[in-house]
Design a protein around this ligand. Structure first.
Ligand SMILES: C[S@@+](CC[C@H](N)C(=O)[O-])C[C@H]1O[C@@H](n2cnc3c(N)ncnc32)[C@H](O)[C@@H]1O
Length: 268
């Protein structure tokens, strides 16, 4: 004997017209309809105890960043120091994304379901944990993150192990301008959070490997050193649709749409 309520709901949805406004989902729908939506797993990795514990500890340590001076020899001003010199001077500072920024990254990665995520600037792995949690919950994908300071790269790896997310991430120690050279595309999501004056050059080096529709997120857009980058991604001629998102110091979210029809034909 068919369930009368269930068959009415299905009919209403299929007909899309007669009778009262159909509900988008009803517990009385047959299982075949319900299977379109995943209801079984109501937890997510971000809210598990072990991930929360690691993130809380890392954010608490990062709150002391101001007490850890970034030491450079007096004859080397920050502006003219090499990326390596700055990375080593900043060995004790976390400089992480905000919690909201992390949640935004988690949301973007859940929605985009990236196969490959690239992160520029691992530090102690806070943003990496958010990205890896999304990959874990998607059940697909991998994060490739790169960090110039070797001690930080090792610490980030340990933090990911503690968060039970190490198998979702490869950390490449070294300069992102070379460590990512051999990474094959398509790249579906990029977080740019290394030294800001390198973000544009790094993005340009990744562009040939970006999937059409790839998301590129840059953190701390209030910093003047990102102005050239912002000018570039906000110019439609360069192939992006880009918007500033107001979390903490601002994140720029840019969608790679290709340079035009020629690129779109070979869309990945
Ligand atoms: C703002 S912190 C990253 C914070 C991290 N995303 C988080 O949320 O915890 C920037 C990091 O980028 C690293 N970095 C800077 N330039 C780099 C480069 N060329 N290649 C790899 N890492 C780099 C620095 O050593 C530093 O640890």
């Amino acid at each position: 004997m068919p369930d009368e309520k269930a068959s009415t709901s299905v009919m209403q949805i299929r007909a899309g017209g007669d009778g009262p406004e159909p509900k988008p989902w009803s517990p009385s729908l047959p299982l075949s309809r319900r299977s379109l939506i995943q209801h079984t797993n109501t937890t997510n990795t971000l809210h598990t105890n072990h991930v929360r514990t690691v993130l809380n500890r890392l954010f608490a340590a990062a709150a002391h960043d101001d007490e850890n001076p970034q030491w450079l020899p007096p004859d080397i001003p920050w502006e003219t120091a090499t990326a390596q010199e700055r990375a080593d001077a900043a060995e004790s500072t976390y400089m992480p994304i905000s919690r909201q920024g992390g949640e935004l990254l988690y949301i973007l990665a859940r929605a985009r379901r990236p196969k490959t995520i690239v992160e520029f600037g691992t530090s102690y792995g806070i943003s990496t944990i958010y990205l890896a949690a999304a990959v874990a919950d998607n059940g697909t994908g991998h994060v490739v993150s790169t960090e110039l300071n070797t001690a930080k790269a090792a610490a980030a790896r340990a933090n990911l192990v503690e968060a039970s997310l190490a198998d979702r991430v490869t950390i490449l120690p070294g300069d992102a301008m070379t460590t990512l050279n051999d990474l094959p595309g398509p790249i579906d999501l990029v977080l740019l959070d290394g030294w800001k004056d390198l973000c544009l050059a790094l993005l340009r080096s990744l562009e040939p490997r970006l999937a059409i529709g790839a998301l590129v997120v840059a953190d701390d857009i209030i910093l003047p050193s990102l102005s050239g980058y912002l000018e570039y991604v906000r110019d439609p001629a360069n192939g992006y649709v880009s918007v500033a998102f107001p979390v903490e110091d601002g994140m720029e979210i840019s969608c790679w749409t290709s340079h035009g029809p020629a690129d779109a034909e070979g869309a990945l």
